[in-house]
Design a protein around this ligand. Structure first.
Ligand SMILES: *[C@@H]1O[C@H](CO)[C@@H](O)[C@H](O)[C@H]1NC(C)=O
Ligand SMILES: *[C@@H]1O[C@H](CO)[C@@H](O)[C@H](O)[C@H]1NC(C)=O
Ligand SMILES: *[C@@H]1O[C@H](CO)[C@@H](O)[C@H](O)[C@H]1NC(C)=O
Length: 500
């Protein structure tokens, strides 16, 4: 073949499916250098059937994954890169988003209920009222989590109580529950004809049905939510072969990495040492700090979560997490709901043109407040408006809001761990906004470090997949990220000013 002589020789490649709240991506990395070779992205429709409700179509999500895979393979072929060099696929996804499907027909029984959906407010309240002393932290010793609308068990309870098809399928033993990772892995490995129903410890730890000490489903928790254990996926480590791709250009390739998006970012940033932390700016904002082999319970409203377990026989590693529901979503809101910007880059320009909010404050609590408050009834406000205020000030206030929310989480984390963080590693879509990065360093009074390759979430999932037993093309040593350099934003104002 004439083409083969010009093929680019690269060695093993590893791919990642990154299924996020607003889009799906498929990315292919060189396992020797972590260089991103090609990718494709498809936006995902969200529907808002009622105020506070957020849904996505499970089949559209699946279709978007196949489309991204095929397009990326085409792009690689155009670059003369042989797709048979792809040795493994990792999955990283939006956590907590809840699905139920019929294992016999393979059909979803309802739309996916997205993590920031608020329909479960009364379900969560009812569950809290059932606890002794109406204590939202009643299950925290096992789950690391407060009872909140956010976690899957509460969403699953809502589905079983409100959707006849789901209740029926549960009764007749045809229902399968999962977060997006489980849905995708089941479909990609064959669906109703032999699909693998599994999840990883990091996803499982966000359902409220999982015991973070035993690292398995907890019968008592399942009884508490009245959820039959037979509908739950099998819990696996974040790095092992779950199954093989059943169709498409990558048919036969093992799916061998599965990490919650935030855990994947921690791995992609190589935060393997106790005390290291990263903040990802996506739809929401998620700050995770590695606490090593020990789950640390927070006294300041943070979550305790499984960070990763990279192999069947490897120990689990835990993290303290601060979750902010609305970060990048505030940009989308300014664009779609107010129409004051056309693109997200315009926001940075507007904000930079004034360099101050002129006393305007924006609290984007559209879906209640998460850490450290866990107050689902909170709503957003914009205050401090004067006749002088214009959209540039509003844009600046929106960026500041993201930074102030991160500061609150970091303060809580420093109090819980007793050791102040000395620098913060960051990633996610919003980190391309240089003004935001500088503001964040100024408001935290510590340096903010951004990798040159912003796709750390996907990289983490690919690393987990490439390192799995039976694949072993990635070693998880820092030397194997030789292509990844970073940029540092130093705080430019003194601490007294920023903390006042
Ligand atoms: C997204 O929604 C729009 C409008 O409802 C629709 O036209 C489009 O086909 C949807 N996209 C997908 C991939 O379903
Ligand atoms: C759950 O699984 C997905 C992959 O399917 C992964 O991206 C994600 O990081 C896992 N963990 C959590 C906490 O979501
Ligand atoms: C907002 O006001 C500031 C200060 O007067 C001005 O510099 C800026 O151009 C204005 N922005 C817009 C979009 O009008």
């Amino acid at each position: 073949m004439a083409a083969s002589s010009s093929r680019v020789m690269l060695g093993p490649l590893v791919a990642a499916i990154d299924q996020g709240t607003s889009s799906t991506r498929f990315l292919v990395f060189n396992a020797k250098t972590a260089e991103l070779l090609s990718h494709h992205q498809v936006e995902i429709n969200q529907s808002f059937p009622k105020e506070g409700w957020v849904e996505e179509d499970p089949k559209e999500i699946l279709q978007s994954v196949y489309e991204c895979m095929e397009r990326t393979c085409e792009k690689l072929t155009q670059l003369n890169i042989d797709i048979s060099n792809i040795k493994a696929i990792g999955v990283t996804n939006q956590r907590e988003t809840t699905l139920v499907w019929d294992k016999e027909t393979g059909e979803p029984l309802y739309n996916a209920i997205v993590w920031l959906d608020l329909r479960t407010q009364s379900t969560a309240e009812r569950l809290i009222n059932k606890t002794p002393g109406r204590n939202k932290n009643h299950l925290k010793h096992k789950t690391g989590l407060p009872i909140s609308t956010y976690f899957s068990a509460v969403k699953l309870r809502w589905l079983m109580d409100n959707v006849d098809e789901v209740a029926e399928a549960v009764l007749t033993h045809r229902a399968m529950f999962g977060t997006v990772d489980s849905w995708l892995i089941w479909c990609l490995t064959g669906g109703k004809s032999g699909g693998v129903h599994c999840t990883d410890v990091t996803n499982a730890s966000r359902t409220m049905l999982f015991n973070i000490h035993t690292l398995d489903w907890d019968p008592e928790l399942c009884k508490y939510f009245d959820i039959p254990m037979e509908i739950l996926p099998k819990v696996r480590s974040s790095s092992e072969i779950y199954g093989l791709m059943k169709s498409g250009s990558l048919s036969g390739i093992p799916i061998s990495g599965c990490l919650g998006d935030q855990s994947a970012a921690l791995v992609g940033q190589m935060c393997f040492q106790e005390g290291q932390a990263k903040n990802t700016y996506g739809t929401g904002c998620f700050l995770l700090r590695n606490t090593g082999a020990k789950p640390v319970m927070s006294d300041h409203g943070l979550l305790t979560t499984v960070a990763y377990k990279l192999g069947r026989d490897k120990p689990a590693c835990y993290a303290l997490e601060g979750s902010v529901a609305i970060a990048g979503a505030v940009v989308r809101w300014l664009k779609d709901n107010l129409g004051i910007i056309q693109t997200s880059t315009e926001l940075e320009k507007l904000a930079a043109s004034v360099g101050t909010s002129y006393g305007c404050y924006f609290v984007p609590a559209f879906s209640g407040l998460y850490a450290p408050y866990w107050e689902p009834s909170a709503r957003g406000i914009i205050c401090g408006l004067t006749q002088f205020t214009n959209k540039s000030h509003l844009a600046f206030a929106a960026l500041e809001a993201v930074c102030f929310q991160t500061r609150e989480i970091l303060d809580a984390m420093n109090q819980d761990s007793g050791i102040p963080l000395t620098q913060l590693q960051v990633d996610g879509g919003m980190t391309s906004n240089r003004l935001l990065m500088q503001l964040q360093a100024d408001i935290l009074c510590i340096p903010v470090v951004k990798p040159s390759m912003p796709e750390t979430t996907a990289l983490g999932a690919a690393m987990a997949a490439g390192a799995a037993e039976g694949v072993s093309v990635w070693s998880l040593r820092p030397e194997d990220l030789s292509e990844v350099t970073s940029e540092k934003f130093e705080p430019q104002i003194n601490p007294e000013v920023s903390s006042s």
